[in-house]
Each structure stands twice: as C-alpha cells, then as structure tokens.
Design a binder for this molecule. Structure first.
Ligand code: ADP
Ligand code: MG
Length: 401
C-alpha cells in the first residue's frame, strides 16, 4: 500500500462514511518505441511504470454511480440507466441535439465511460450501484497515460465487483472504448494494453492488429542502465487538434496506397508512396512505416544484444516524430538533444506528442549529470523547470486489497 492507496481510501471514507469493499489500481506507461503506430494496426513496445492510479470502490443498492477524484473539486453522481446519454460524442451519434454542454465534467467521462463500456462488453450484467474514489500519482497530461491508468483502475474494479469475467485484453478494449466514445479522444489501444499487461522488468511487444502481446525482458538495471523520464510540463490534449489530424493523414495515406492500414505498407513501398501523394501525407506515412520497422528492430536488438544496443533506434524514432510526423515541441527537442549531448545512449519523446514527456536511456551513474544538464538547458531557454525522474518497468492493473 502506498500513499496513493491511502489517499483513495481516505477520499472514499469522506464520500461515504464507510470502508471500501476493495482497492484496485492500474499504472501509467512509458512507450519505449512505436509512436502513432497503434491506430495504424502496427507495433508498439511500451512498459508500465511504478506510478499508479488507485480506485477505492464499494457497492451501493440504488443503481447510481458516484465518482470522486482527488484531482476534482466535486463528486459526480449519475444513474447507471442514464450512462449512454451523458457523453457528447454518443449524443451526437444518437442524432441532432441542442444540448451543447457536456452532461458531466470531462474527467468524469473516463470512469463513467468505463462503466458504460463495460456494461456493453458483458451483456446481461447485474450492474449494481457503486461509489468510486480515485487518487493517482501518475502525472496528468504528461504523455505517461494517466488516462489509461484511471480507465484501468476503474475497469478492474467494476469487472470484479460486477463479476463481469472479462480478461485483461477485453478490459483494455473497454478502456479504449470509453476514451474514444465517451471522452471523444481518438486514441489507439496501446496505453490500455500496457497498463493491463505490464510486468516488472519487461516491455510489452504488442501487435495492434491481432492484439497478440509478448513480454520482452529489458534487463535495464542488469545492464547498469536507467531510463530517465523528462516531463516537460507542456500539457497536451488528445481530444483536440493535432492528434486527430495525424490520424486522418494516416487514413488518407492508407487509402491512396490501397491498403486497409499503414501496417500493410513496407519500407520498400515508400519509394512508390512518395510519387502517389502530397509531401505532408507522405511524411506522415513514412513516419508510421519506418516506426513499425524500428519497433521490430528494437525487439530483435534487445533480445540479441541487450538494452544497451537500442540507443540509435530511439534517436531515429525521435527524428522521425520531429521531422516527418511533426508532433514534437521545442521543450521535447531540448530535453532529447541535451540528454544525448550529456552522454545518454538514446532519447526520444514518448506518448502522443504536442507536449508531455521524453525518455533517455542512460548509464546509471550518469543520472545526476544528465538531469542537471537538462534542467540547466530548460532554464537557459526560458522554459518552465522540467520534472525529472527514473522509472523501472512495473506490474499491470489489478486488485491490491
Ligand atoms: P495522459 O494520458 O497523457 O496523462 P490524457 O489527456 O490522455 O493525458 O488524459 C488526461 C485526462 O485524464 C485528465 O485531463 C483527466 O480528465 C483524466 N484523468 C487522468 N487521471 C485522473 C485522475 N486521477 N482523476 C481525475 N481525472 C483524471
Ligand atoms: Mg492519455
């Protein structure tokens, strides 16, 4: 039990005056490599981090769901029967409506969206009312997937309390559906799968088409290395703007190539692709196609030579996101360039981009030197101070008490 568990339980008590029936948690994640490949049916290699979102949950007998978070001022309470009417994206899908205001605050659409998606994924469920109190030490909006963590903690809790019997992959799909359809963020399945399937010292090599997942032992500590997270504190928001535009460009590129998704385009096909499409679409396509190949190369390299050998692949991935996919920002580039100049073996931005965090693979005894260099570079550029910390691959979602 951590301070986050204590905070979730304390919030539950203040909400209900009772003890929770149980406590569940799910981690955030770092993506080692494979960015914007998940919704292109491609490959990713994320790992779960020690930072977790905790849900303290208890049943109630009036068919209502109440969610509270230490990050939000007020609890939100709705009836289970009205869940499908709450979310703007779903309301639009149901036909024209003059309601423009969301019926619940955005943060509450994550746990309430999970309750909605779970009840659809397990038909015939006897969904009782619940109180859900949430606390987290996953940095929010930092590209470390606090969204998958809140979804995973809620989904694990409701799966048990409602005896829904869904496996981890099905729970990941529930989380993604909540994020896509209740929140309205068009994200892929990577974050939820990483949060569900994480294990100590392992990354998850995921084929996002088949959802087949293999654990890849990283051996980072064994090799005398650390993974440093450099959170730029530039907030991103996936439910608006650039993320959806990048998705659309990928769909356009696949349509021009005459394939179901960019997964079906190989590096050798890029010569032909360049003649068929405009420059921007081509560069979006080239990022995804080469990034898929870099994930495969990273998995092979880790297995054959160990984590020490993947630095150049991380660097190439960052360059592709910066120049071809254009999802980096000056703070992320500064973090990556400074870490490399200070001796990192490799570095790249991680997560959806437009802000958030970068990672660096560094010698364990260089953590302080690299951190100092990045902090100094941010100050010199007039950026807000970054939040720097090391992470080790950690366990996935589950019941803790
Ligand atoms: P990321 O997943 O990179 O942290 P997202 O934009 O995908 O960023 O998700 C962040 C959003 O998820 C927050 O703005 C908030 O709405 C919701 N969220 C995440 N964690 C919590 C939490 N502990 N309590 C309330 N809402 C949360
Ligand atoms: Mg997210």
């Amino acid at each position: 039990m951590t301070a986050t568990h204590d905070a979730a339980k304390a919030l539950f008590r203040s909400l209900t005056g009772q003890e929770p029936a149980g406590v569940w948690s799910a981690p955030g994640r770092v993506n080692l490599i494979g960015e914007h490949t998940d919704y292109n049916d491609g490959f990713v290699l994320p790992f779960a981090i020690p930072h977790r979102t905790v849900a303290a949950v208890g049943a109630r007998d009036d068919g209502r769901i109440r969610v509270a978070s230490t990050f939000a001022d007020d609890a939100v309470e709705v009836s289970i029967d009205e869940l499908s009417t709450l979310f703007p994206t779903l309301r639009q899908a149901q036909g024209p409506s003059d309601e423009t205001q969301p019926a619940v605050p955005e943060w509450a659409a994550y746990p309430l969206g999970v309750a909605w998606a779970l009840s659809l994924a397990a038909p015939g469920l006897d969904a009782t009312g619940v109180d859900i109190a949430i606390a987290s030490d996953v940095p929010v909006g930092a590209g470390l997937s606090s969204s998958a963590a809140i979804e995973g903690a809620t989904a694990s809790a409701l799966n048990d309390l409602w005896s829904a019997g869904l496996d981890r992959t099905a729970l990941a799909r529930v989380g993604r559906r909540a994020e896509n359809e209740a929140v309205g963020a068009p994200t892929g399945i990577m974050d939820q799968m990483a949060s569900m399937l994480g294990e100590a010292d392992a990354a998850i090599f995921l084929d996002c088409r088949s959802l087949e997942a293999q654990l890849v032992r990283l051996g980072v500590a064994e090799a005398g290395l650390e993974i440093l997270v450099m959170d730029t504190r530039v907030k991103h928001a996936h439910s608006s703007g650039g993320y959806g535009e990048r998705r659309a460009a990928c769909e356009r590129g696949a349509a021009i190539m005459g394939v179901p998704s960019l997964r079906d385009v190989s590096v050798a096909d890029l010569v032909r692709a360049e003649d068929l499409m405009d420059d921007v679409t081509f560069r979006r396509v080239r990022h995804v196609v080469t990034e898929n190949q870099r994930v495969l190369d990273t998995v092979r390299t880790v297995r054959e030579q160990g984590a020490r050998a993947i630095g150049d692949l991380l660097v190439a991935s960052h360059a592709s996101m910066r120049d071809d996919f254009e999802i980096s920002v000056p703070e992320l580039d500064t973090a990556v360039d400074t870490a490399l100049a200070a001796g990192a073996l490799g570095a790249r931005m991680t997560g959806g981009g437009f802000g958030g965090a970068a990672i660096a693979l560094i010698e364990a005894d260089a953590v302080q030197a690299v951190s100092d260099a990045v902090t100094a570079a941010f100050a010199a550029s007039g950026f807000d101070a970054p939040h720097l910390f090391t992470v080790t691959p950690a366990a996935g979602a589950g019941r803790d008490a």
